[in-house]
Design a protein. Structure first.
Length: 130
């Protein structure tokens, strides 16, 4: 097992020669560009064009409606805040007078509803049905 460790850990001379040749070829290929040095000329008809396809992201969309003025914005915000104030409960959270009665109602409500749905008990036909 230890015989192959040297071959995998250290590069041999042939590997170093191949790597060096690749670096030289890439360096020569990178320097042989044909750049004229000046800016690329643009076509005279360059710019956004209507191609007739949807969506054309080169042409900004037309405004559907006029934007709010600052006075209109302030009036709308005041109206919304007034509506919000009218929705808020007066005096904080609703007060529960009898929590025990509400807990009992919650425990009985589910089974009673299931009886009505399943047809085992119809309060319209049997007033004593609970």
């Amino acid at each position: 097992m230890t015989i192959n460790i040297g071959g995998t850990v250290f590069f041999n001379a042939a590997c170093l020669c191949r790597i060096g040749a690749a670096v030289i070829l890439l360096g020569v290929a990178g320097c042989s560009s044909t750049n004229s040095g000046g800016p690329v000329p643009m076509a005279s008809d360059a710019g956004p064009k209507d191609t007739g396809t949807f969506p054309n992201l080169n042409i900004p969309p037309k405004v559907a409606a006029q934007q709010f003025t600052p006075a209109e914005r302030d009036a709308k915000l005041a109206e919304l805040k007034a509506d919000k104030g009218g929705q808020a409960p007066r005096g904080g959270a609703p007060k529960v007078t009898n929590q025990g009665a509400l807990t009992d109602l919650a425990k009985q409500h589910g089974p009673q509803t299931l009886k009505q749905i399943e047809g085992k008990c119809d309060p319209t036909l049997d007033p004593t049905c609970k």
